[in-house]
Design a protein around this ligand. Structure first.
Ligand SMILES: *[C@@H]1O[C@H](CO)[C@@H](O)[C@H](O)[C@H]1NC(C)=O
Ligand SMILES: *[C@@H]1O[C@H](CO)[C@@H](O)[C@H](O)[C@H]1NC(C)=O
Ligand SMILES: *[C@@H]1O[C@H](CO)[C@@H](O)[C@H](O)[C@H]1NC(C)=O
Ligand SMILES: *[C@@H]1O[C@H](CO)[C@@H](O)[C@H](O)[C@H]1NC(C)=O
Ligand SMILES: *[C@@H]1O[C@H](CO)[C@@H](O)[C@H](O)[C@H]1NC(C)=O
Ligand SMILES: *[C@@H]1O[C@H](CO)[C@@H](O)[C@H](O)[C@H]1NC(C)=O
Length: 503
């Protein structure tokens, strides 16, 4: 009988019919097909025969059954008469059969698949005298997290669950579409970080079938910046923002800003111009009622001073799993950038780009900023090193010199130096010259005075010698004593004057 069918249907369909016939005779299932679907999606369990004759298809009896651990239950059934039955738990979620069966397609569609829908399904089609049996394994993939509210710093497990679990399946992971090669079907995060947030996709391969499921994970805590160690750059007098944005949905953030010493870990006073985001603090946005949106608790240093460099800490307490409170924090480093200017003896001026921490800087660039009569700014590159030397400062060099520094991600910041002529080479040189001349005149005058005194003394001595001739011995004693004292005095005065001259 199956032979006649085979001939009438043509060579093309021989195989299917043959399988169907064999199954009809043996009663056992043919080779099963695996379907891998993510939880919540629609599953299409294929079952088709190759009958294209409307009459036969119309009169087909279809029976879909599910084998749950040896207990076989009807999922849906359509009798030749057109009468339909559906399983209660699946009712409303099945289309049985799903498409028009003129083409011989008796596939079963299950909408919004649940984990318990996974299992072995058996499709039996009776078309006239022909019976076709097909087995389909529906495997439901699901990404499971061990914590309902993942919070920064927590320990959490992520599992790729497949129901029913196939033996020897391959499991791999993607985060936001990027492959994560090191992970197996169960991933343990010892310390949750913001960088773990995103869409986690578990990719399962089994025999020829492939399927994947994606679940989004949002780690609660501080979303901006994502990690400790962010560096913000500011020149003295400029204003900088220290970002700190908490994720939404947190109940009790006791938020604090402090400056911490990296050496002693002690708390340091905040800068004078430190400005917490008062718009948030004062508007009552921290009350539990408005806990839905993210909280921007960024602070600002309105006018950076050199001593403001250092580490700032933003922290808050979050209510997490089982009501436990977890403190999350971010350390942000404020780096002060400034230009040091030195004038060397040969008259060249050296500008040095100095940063309180240059560990992130990979390149420096000096820019000359000039303005024309209309105030239009012109920026000219002037060098590509940390230190820049202007051999001889001229009128054209007066104005703004900007040091731009950049890291791997691009430009980090800049610091400006205003070069004035008065502090320039010429002004200073004239000033120092004047000072030197005054010192010289004073010194020479003093020397002259000393010489005059000396000559006067010699003259007086001579006169005294002439007067004391009758007592030569006494004269010599007096004289030698006198001379000794005289000499010491003169010596003292000489060294004193020398010191002045040298200055
Ligand atoms: C994660 O998936 C959702 C929904 O498909 C999408 O809107 C979102 O942009 C994705 N997030 C990322 C970081 O790719
Ligand atoms: C302060 O908070 C408001 C509202 O959240 C935000 O628009 C503003 O940008 C914040 N200011 C700073 C300096 O971060
Ligand atoms: C001036 O001296 C500095 C070092 O003090 C040197 O680097 C520079 O080349 C000198 N310039 C000239 C024009 O001699
Ligand atoms: C500069 O910053 C880096 C990274 O935060 C840190 O390891 C280093 O100790 C800092 N250096 C100084 C001199 O503060
Ligand atoms: C300045 O502006 C005037 C009129 O706006 C224009 O004619 C002139 O060319 C400008 N000068 C320069 C140097 O750009
Ligand atoms: C220096 O930085 C400020 C602020 O980031 C920016 O507005 C300015 O354009 C920068 N200057 C130069 C010359 O790049």
């Amino acid at each position: 009988m199956w032979c006649r069918d085979m001939w009438t249907l043509g060579v093309k369909f021989r195989c299917v019919v043959l399988v169907g016939a064999v199954l009809a005779l043996s009663g056992g299932p043919c080779e099963a097909e695996d379907i891998l679907v993510p939880l919540g999606s629609d599953a299409l369990l294929p079952c088709s025969t190759s009958v294209s004759r409307r009459a036969v298809a119309h009169a087909a009896a279809i029976h879909w059954r599910k084998n749950s651990n040896g207990r076989v239950r009807t999922v849906c059934r359509r009798e030749r008469s057109g009468l339909e039955f559906r399983h209660v738990s699946l009712a409303g979620r099945t289309q049985c059969p799903q498409s028009d069966f003129r083409s011989g397609d008796y596939s079963l569609r299950i909408c919004a698949t649940r984990a318990e829908d996974g299992g072995e399904y058996i499709c039996t089609v009776q078309e006239g005298q022909r019976k076709t049996v097909k087995t389909v394994f529906l495997r439901v993939i699901q990404v499971l997290f061990s914590l309902p509210t993942p919070i920064e710093g927590s320990r959490m497990q992520m599992t790729c669950s497949v129901n029913p679990k196939p033996q020897g399946a391959t499991v791999s992971w993607k985060l936001n579409g990027d492959p994560q090669p090191r992970y197996s079907s169960t991933v343990t995060f010892d310390y949750l970080k913001q960088t773990h947030s995103g869409n986690w996709t578990c990719v399962v391969g089994y025999k020829q079938a492939k399927g994947e499921a994606t679940e989004s994970m949002e780690v609660k805590g501080i979303t901006i910046p994502q990690n400790d160690g962010l560096m913000v750059y500011g020149a003295p007098g400029s204003s900088v923002t220290l970002p700190c944005v908490f994720s939404e949905g947190l109940r009790s953030p006791a938020v604090a800003w402090e400056k911490v010493s990296t050496a002693t870990k002690a708390s340091l006073p905040l800068p004078l111009s430190f400005n917490k985001n008062t718009s948030v603090f004062s508007s009552g946005a921290l009350s539990p009622a408005s806990s839905l949106g993210p909280w921007d608790l960024s602070a600002r240093v309105e006018s950076v001073e050199v001593k403001d460099e250092g580490t700032y800490r933003c922290s808050g307490e979050l209510q997490g799993n089982k009501g436990l409170r977890t403190r999350v924090k971010r350390d942000i480093q404020l780096v002060v950038a400034q230009v040091f200017s030195t004038l060397s003896r040969n008259g060249s001026r050296t500008l040095t780009c100095h940063l309180s921490n240059a560990s992130e800087v990979t390149a420096y660039e000096w820019l000359r900023v000039t303005y024309d009569v209309n105030g239009t700014q012109t920026v000219t590159p002037a060098g590509k090193s940390k230190v820049m030397t202007i051999p001889k400062v001229t009128e054209t060099d007066i104005g703004e010199w900007v040091c731009c520094f950049s890291g791997k991600q691009g430009i980090l910041g800049n610091a400006t130096y205003h070069l004035h002529m008065i502090s320039g080479q010429e002004g200073v040189e004239r000033e120092t010259g004047k000072v030197n001349r005054v010192a010289m005149v004073l010194g020479l005058g003093f020397l002259f005075l000393v010489l005059l005194l000396f000559v006067l003394q010699v003259y007086r001595n001579r006169r005294r010698r002439k007067m004391t001739m009758p007592y030569p011995a006494m004269e010599s004693i007096v004289h030698s004593n006198f001379n000794e004292r005289e000499r010491r005095q003169i010596e003292k005065q000489k060294t004193k004057s020398k010191g002045v001259v040298d200055v």
